[in-house]
Write a protein that binds this ligand. Structure first.
Ligand code: ATP
Ligand code: MG
Length: 763
C-alpha cells in the first residue's frame, strides 16, 4: 500500500510512479522539460536495486554527458544509501560505454585491448597520408572533408560496403569506398580507433558474433536511456541490438557463420534487414526504458534522428507510453513563455505542461536591450553581483545557481573578460575557455612573436602553421642554430633562410616567415594594432587555412578569430592586450568553487539553474544564420527547440538580452531582435523599461511589446532605427555611469520586493 512505499517513491506523482514501477517490458516516457524524466530514470534504478531485481552491474544506463552520469550515481546513492550501490559500471555516455565494450572484445575488431583513441588531428593526418598514397591531390580532396564523411557514415552505422554509391563516388573520383577500407586497415595496424568506432565496432561485433551479443542479453536485465530524442542512427542500432532479444531458434549461430575474426572490424556482413526481422518475431519482453522530449531534439545537425523516439512503440511492441505533464522546475511565467514559443513549431507531438507554482511574487521573464556585447556583459555581470547580495529574507544566490547560455561560443569572450575584471568566479562548461581555444592560441602566438621576437614557444607553435612544408628536421635545425648563435628562433630562422644549409623548399618557406615577421614588427609602430592583427592573420594564410577547412567547426573558429580582433579594440596597444590575455589565462578555474557557469545552449541540455541569462537574441545569431541557410524551415525549428531548451533551464529568474550592434562577418551591423522574442507571450514577459535597469534610457519599443509592429516575420527592424540609436548614444555607453543616475535610484525605490532582491542597490 501507499503507506508502506519506500521513501524514495513517496514524492513522485502517479505517472512518475508508474514509470518507476513498470520495471518489466518496454517503457517510453515522452514528456516536456522539467517534468522529472531524469528523476524518474534515477528513481527507477534505485527501485530496481532496492527491490533486488538486479545487481548494479546488470543495469545499462545511458546518459548524455559524463557529468550527468556522475550526478546520477550520486543521486541513486542518496536515494537508497551509498552502501547499496557498489558503483554502476555500465552507467555512462554512449561513448564511454562503447570504449568499455570495445576493450573487452577488441580482438573481434582486429585490435588489442590497449588500443588508443585518436583525436581529430590524428585522424586528419592519417587520412591525408592515405590520400597522398593514392596519388591524389590532397588540396583538391581535403582530408578534413573526408574525415567528416567518415564520421557521418559511422554515425549511420555504415561500413565501407554499405555506403551509398553516390556518396562513395562523390569523393576522390570514386575512391571513397577504397579510402574508407584503407583507413580502417591502417587503424588496425596502428592498434587505434577513432571516436566513431567506439559505437561502430561494437555494432559490427554484435552483428557478427551472436554469442557475444547473447552474453550481453543475459547480462543486462535493465536498459535505461536519457535524452532519447537525440540518439543518432548508430546509437539507435546499438541500443536495439542490445535490447531486442531474439528467440533462440532464430539467431544465426557464431559456429554457422565463422566470420573472419581479423576483418570483422571493417567488413562485417550487412544484416540490417535480418536484425529488424529477428526483432519482429521476438516474443521476449525487453526491460528498456527511454525518456525524452521531441521538443528538445537539438542535434539533428549531427545526425540525431528525432523519429527514433516517435516510433518507439513500433520498435518495441506492447510498450507502455507515459506522459508527464507537471513541470516541477520553473515558475508559471517561465513555463508559459517556453510553451508559447515552442508552439510555433509544426509537426510536433504536442503536449500539455502545467505547474502548481503560482507565486504572485514570481518575476516575469525579463527582456533587456544593450548597445553592444560589451555592455551586455557588463550589465549581466552587474546583475549577477546583485543576485549575490542577500535579499530581505537574508537569502543570497550562489554563483553556482546562475548560468549564462550562449548560442555561439564566440559570445563567451565578452563575459570571460568582464568577469575577470570583476573578479567573479566563472567556469566554462563543455569546452575550453575562449583564450584556450586552438585558433585563439594560434593567433595569439603570431601576435606574441610580433610583440616579442624572443618568444620561442610562440614561434614554434606557428612556424609551420598553416602548413609550409617545414618538417621536424628543419625545426630541429632552427633550434640548433638558435642555440649555437645564442639568438631567438626567429632570428635563427632568418639566418638559416639565407644560408645554403637547407633544401630550396624549406628555405623559401623560412625566408617568407622571416620577411613576414620583419614587416609586421615594423608595422607595429605605425599601424593601429587591431588592423595589424587582422593583416597578420590574413598575410600569414591563417584565416585562409580555416576558410578552406571544411570541417563542421571551422565557421565557429573564424567567428572566434573575428571576436578576438574585436576585443583588441578595448586596449591601447598590442602589448597591453597581450598582457591582459596573460592575466586571463592565469585565472584559475576551480571545479569545486562557487562559480557562474558559461556554456553553449547545446551543452545545457538536462541541466537547471535558479537564474539563467540568455544573451544574444538577435536575428542571425539566434536563430543562427547558418542553421537557416543550411536547414531552411527545419533549421529554424531546430533553433526554436534550442531556444525552448534555453528557456526551460531556468527555475526562477530568466533574463533574455539582445544588443543593437554586433560584429558580424567582421563588420559592425545594426541588429534586429530575434524573431523568438516576438514569439514570447506578452503576459509572461516584462521588457526592461526606462529607469528600471536602464537608468536614463527611453523605452526603445514604444508600445512595450515585441509583437507590435512586427508583421509576418519580416526581417525589417520594426522599431525604427531612431529608437535603437537612443540606446547607448545618450549615455556614455557605460552601465556603471547610468546606474548612478537619479532615474535609476528612483526606479529602484519603486520596485517590488522581489525585483529589489534581484537587482539590489549599488553601494
Ligand atoms: P529536462 O527535459 O530538462 O531534462 P526532466 O524532465 O529530466 O527535464 P528533471 O531534471 O528530472 O526533469 O526534473 C526537474 C526538476 O524537478 C528537478 O529539480 C527535480 O528534482 C524536480 N522534480 C521532479 N519530479 C519531482 C517531484 N515529483 N516532486 C518534486 N520535485 C520533482
Ligand atoms: Mg532530464
Amino acid at each position: 500500500g501507499q503507506n508502506s512505499a519506500p521513501d524514495y517513491l513517496k514524492g513522485l506523482n502517479p505517472e512518475q510512479r508508474l514509470a518507476v514501477e513498470t520495471t518489466e517490458g518496454p517503457v517510453l516516457v515522452l514528456a516536456g522539460a522539467g517534468t522529472g524524466k531524469t528523476r524518474v530514470l534515477t528513481t527507477r534504478i534505485a527501485h530496481i536495486l532496492a527491490t533486488g531485481r538486479a545487481f548494479p552491474s546488470q543495469i545499462l544506463a545511458v546518459t548524455f554527458t559524463n557529468k550527468a552520469a556522475r550526478e546520477m550515481k550520486q543521486r541513486i546513492g542518496h536515494l537508497i544509501g551509498e552502501g547499496n550501490v557498489e558503483g554502476m559500471p555500465w552507467l555512462g555516455t554512449f561513448h564511454s560505454i562503447g570504449v568499455k565494450l570495445l576493450r573487452r572484445h577488441a580482438e573481434l575488431a582486429g585490435l588489442k585491448s590497449d588500443f588508443t583513441i585518436l583525436d581529430t588531428d590524428d585522424v586528419v593526418r592519417l587520412i591525408k597520408q592515405l590520400i597522398q598514397a593514392e596519388g591524389l591531390d590532397d588540396k583538391r580532396w581535403p582530408a578534413k572533408t573526408f574525415a567528416q564523411m567518415l564520421d557521418n557514415w559511422k554515425n549511420k552505422g555504415l561500413g565501407p560496403d554499405e555506403i551509398a554509391e553516390g556518396d562513395a563516388r562523390s569523393f576522390a573520383n570514386g575512391k571513397g569506398r577504397q579510402l574508407y577500407k584503407a583507413y580502417q586497415e591502417r587503424l588496425q595496424t596502428l592498434n587505434s580507433c577513432d571516436f566513431g568506432d567506439l559505437l561502430y565496432h561494437p555494432i559490427r561485433i554484435f552483428r557478427a558474433y551472436p554469442d557475444v551479443l547473447k552474453e550481453y542479453h543475459r547480462k543486462f536485465k535493465y536498459i535505461l536511456v536519457d535524452e532519447y530524442q537525440d540518439t543518432n542512427t548508430a546509437q539507435y542500432m546499438w541500443l536495439r541490438l542490445l535490447a531486442q532479444r531474439p528467440s533462440a531458434g532464430r539467431a544465426p549461430s557464431a559456429e554457422g557463420r565463422k566470420p573472419d575474426r581479423a576483418s570483422a572490424g571493417q567488413a562485417a556482413p550487412a544484416e540490417a534487414s535480418e536484425w529488424s526481422e529477428r526483432a519482429a518475431v521476438s516474443g521476449n519482453k525487453v526491460n528498456i526504458c527511454c525518456v525524452g522530449d521531441d521538443d528538445q531534439s537539438i542535434y539533428g545537425w549531427r545526425g540525431a534522428e528525432v523519429d527514433n523516439i516517435l516510433r518507439f512503440d513500433k520498435d518495441f511492441p506492447g510498450a507502455t507510453i507515459i506522459r508527464l505533464e507537471r513541470n516541477y522546475r520553473s515558475t508559471a511565467h517561465i513555463l508559459g513563455a517556453a510553451s508559447h514559443l515552442i508552439a510555433h513549431n509544426e509537426g510536433r507531438f504536442g503536449k500539455t505542461l502545467f505547474t502548481d507554482r503560482n507565486d504572485p511574487e514570481d518575476d516575469k521573464v525579463h527582456v533587456h536591450a544593450a548597445w553592444d556585447s560589451e555592455e551586455e556583459a557588463r550589465a549581466i555581470g552587474d546583475a549577477i553581483e546583485a543576485y549575490q547580495r542577500p535579499d530581505k529574507q537574508g537569502n543570497r544566490h550562489n554563483l553556482n545557481d546562475m548560468a549564462i547560455l550562449v548560442r555561439a561560443s564566440f559570445q563567451m569572450r565578452a563575459f570571460e573578460d568582464r568577469f575577470i575584471t570583476l573578479g567573479l568566479n566563472y567556469r566554462v562548461i563543455g569546452g575550453p575557455r575562449f583564450y584556450e581555444r586552438l585558433e585563439i592560441r594560434d593567433a595569439l602566438a603570431f601576435f606574441r612573436v610580433v610583440a616579442n621576437s624572443g618568444d620561442d614557444l610562440a614561434f614554434e607553435r606557428i612556424v609551420n602553421t598553416p602548413k609550409r612544408g617545414l618538417g621536424e628536421a628543419t625545426i630541429r635545425q632552427i633550434h640548433d642554430t638558435a642555440r649555437a648563435l645564442r639568438v631567438p628562433m626567429l632570428e635563427a630562422a632568418a639566418t638559416l633562410a639565407e644560408s645554403d644549409e637547407l633544401k630550396p623548399k624549406p628555405r623559401a618557406a623560412l625566408r617568407e616567415v622571416a620577411a613576414n615577421f620583419e614587416r609586421w614588427q615594423k608595422a607595429l609602430e605605425t599601424t593601429p594594432h587591431t588592423e595589424l592583427a587582422e593583416t597578420i592573420l590574413e598575410e600569414s594564410g591563417y584565416t585562409d587555412m580555416w576558410k578552406n577547412d571544411r570541417s563542421a567547426d571551422s565557421p565557429g573558429r573564424l567567428e572566434n578569430l573575428k571576436e578576438l580582433i574585436r576585443s583588441m579594440e578595448e586596449y591601447e596597444s598590442l602589448r597591453s592586450f597581450l598582457e591582459h590575455v596573460a592575466l586571463v589565462m592565469e585565472a584559475e578555474q576551480g571545479e569545486s568553487q562557487d562559480a557562474v557557469s558559461i556554456m553553449t545552449l547545446h551543452s545545457a541540455k538536462g541541466l537547471e539553474f535558479e537564474t539563467v541569462f540568455l544573451p544574444g537574441w538577435e536575428e542571425g545569431l539566434f536563430p543562427h544564420q547558418r542553421a537557416l541557410d543550411e536547414g531552411g524551415r527545419s533549421g529554424l525549428e531546430e533553433e526554436r527547440r534550442l531556444a525552448y531548451v534555453g528557456l526551460t533551464r531556468a527555475k526562477k529568474n530568466l533574463h533574455i538580452w539582445f544588443v543593437s550592434n554586433r560584429l558580424i562577418h567582421g563588420l559592425w551591423q545594426s541588429t534586429i531582435p530575434s524573431r523568438f522574442l516576438d514569439e514570447l507571450p506578452e503576459t509572461h514577459v516584462e521588457i526592461a523599461e526606462a529607469g528600471n535597469s536602464y537608468g536614463g534610457y527611453g523605452n526603445p519599443y514604444g508600445g512595450g511589446s515585441f509583437a507590435s509592429g512586427r508583421g509576418g516575420g519580416g526581417r525589417q527592424n520594426p522599431y525604427g532605427a531612431s529608437r535603437f540609436d537612443n540606446i547607448g548614444a545618450k549615455d556614455q555607453g557605460s552601465f556603471s555611469n547610468t546606474y548612478a543616475t537619479p532615474g535609476w535610484q528612483r526606479a529602484q525605490a519603486n520596485r517590488t520586493e522581489a525585483t529589489d532582491r534581484n537587482w539590489g542597490t549599488r553601494s
